[in-house]
Design a protein around this ligand. Structure first.
Ligand SMILES: *[C@@H]1O[C@H](CO)[C@@H](O)[C@H](O)[C@H]1NC(C)=O
Ligand SMILES: *[C@@H]1O[C@H](CO)[C@@H](O)[C@H](O)[C@H]1NC(C)=O
Ligand SMILES: *[C@@H]1O[C@H](CO)[C@@H](O)[C@H](O)[C@H]1NC(C)=O
Ligand SMILES: *[C@@H]1O[C@H](CO)[C@@H](O)[C@H](O)[C@H]1NC(C)=O
Length: 359
């Protein structure tokens, strides 16, 4: 059984020798808000060279598509928010650790959680760019040009300005995947496995947005008669994308790299993942304890729910270490009254509640 030990040794060596810069990612665009594009001096190259976390290929794309950068940052921000919402009750809660690496070293492990993070980030970019196109914020795209759906009733008009998911998808593919495609890895190596994993999860994220985009319609006609409808393509609420990707996280497939340099199932009794599924190549680190090597923050100090038997329950959240109780004051709006016309006036009520935090 030298395999795993060798791999571990290699992983440790790799994580010790690679500079922290390795954890850098375009995700940091979320943390360092970029000024609005109109504030750039036209053709000013320095903007792209000053943005942290871009790979060489992404830097080139930045120069070509400078006005897109704001929206990539916006997409990354909504992705981080969604990730933290989806994982709020888990040991790993998707917290950000700093501005440059964003999620920290823990992303160096090709775990399920890393898979989700890549997917939701790619999805965030598709979402933000598609909408920016519709809103006329970008000069290289406009309203969606998706063909009229065949099942749309014949007397409904197709032609409102839709979210340009095709463009968002294509741009996100080029930009987000650029980093993975820049290096040549040894076939069958750990690094290649991780690259293939990232590409697969990026794609799954992009497809989630594409798949959930749907037709939206608006009535016109004499005094709300709805004799006329105009319809267009509209992005789903990003929460729905997060929910779908969370399901994909729960059913993510464990993979390994074959000698031929392809990802294959660890357990081939399962079905091969499709392009909409998440995959991972490493087991998750122990998220219970703080560990500088893995980048795990641990669950000490996390709030937990004394009566829940789920992951947010104190038993599981605190990994059996126990918890402390404290009283906290919560302020709520109460005794709300409706005043004619038209506002609601509330009082502030304070309540003392018991809270629990992991030891
Ligand atoms: C991250 O960047 C923002 C904006 O530039 C700054 O306000 C904040 O202090 C930075 N945080 C850290 C931890 O460096
Ligand atoms: C941190 O994690 C590594 C890798 O899983 C493990 O070998 C090490 O013992 C852990 N360190 C601590 C202090 O728990
Ligand atoms: C996530 O957990 C860490 C470590 O326990 C904690 O410091 C942080 O505040 C939490 N973040 C969120 C968004 O809940
Ligand atoms: C704690 O968990 C219980 C059972 O799942 C639930 O009914 C309750 O609302 C939770 N409390 C909080 C503060 O989330």
């Amino acid at each position: 059984m030298t395999g795993p030990r060798l791999a571990l040794a290699a992983a440790l060596l790799w994580s010790c020798t690679s500079p922290v810069a390795d954890a850098n990612s375009w995700w940091s665009l979320a943390m360092n808000p970029i000024q609005r594009p109109e504030m750039y001096i036209i053709g000013a190259q320095p903007v792209c060279s000053q943005l942290p976390g871009l790979s060489p290929g992404q830097r080139k794309l930045c120069q070509l598509y400078q006005e897109h950068m704001v929206f990539i940052g916006e997409g990354a921000r909504s992705a981080i928010k969604e990730c933290q919402y989806q994982f709020r009750q888990r040991r790993w809660n998707c917290s950000t650790v700093d501005n440059t690496s964003v999620f920290g070293r823990v992303m160096k492990i090709g775990s399920r959680e890393t898979a989700f993070t890549y997917a939701v980030s790619a999805a965030g970019v598709v979402n933000a760019i598609s909408r920016a196109c519709r809103e006329g914020e970008l000069s290289s795209c406009g309203c969606s040009r998706t063909a009229r759906p065949k099942d749309l009733p014949r007397d409904w008009l197709w032609g409102g300005c839709g979210d340009n998911v095709e463009y968002g998808y294509r741009f996100a593919k080029e930009f987000v995947d650029a980093k993975e495609r820049e290096k040549n890895y040894v076939r069958g190596s750990e690094e290649q496995a991780r690259m293939l994993m990232n590409l697969q999860n990026n794609e799954a994220g992009r497809r989630a947005v594409y798949k959930l985009a749907d037709v939206a319609c608006k009535c016109h006609g004499v005094s709300g008669s709805c004799s006329l409808k105009t319809c267009w393509l509209q992005l789903a609420d990003f929460r729905k994308v997060g929910d779908l990707l969370k399901e994909k996280y729960d059913s993510a497939a464990a993979m390994r790299i074959s000698r031929k340099g392809k990802l294959e199932l660890v357990n081939n009794r399962f079905n091969m993942p499709t392009q909409e599924d998440l995959v991972y190549v490493d087991p998750s680190p122990d998220y219970c304890l703080r560990n500088e090597t893995t980048g795990s923050l641990g669950t000490q100090g996390r709030l937990c729910n004394k009566t829940s038997e789920g992951m947010d329950g104190c038993e599981l959240m605190c990994c059996g270490r126990g918890y402390d109780q404290f009283k906290s004051v919560q302020v709520e709006r109460c005794h709300c009254k409706f005043h004619w016309c038209c506002y609601v006036k509330c009082k502030k009520c304070t309540e003392i509640v018991d809270q629990y935090v992991c030891k």
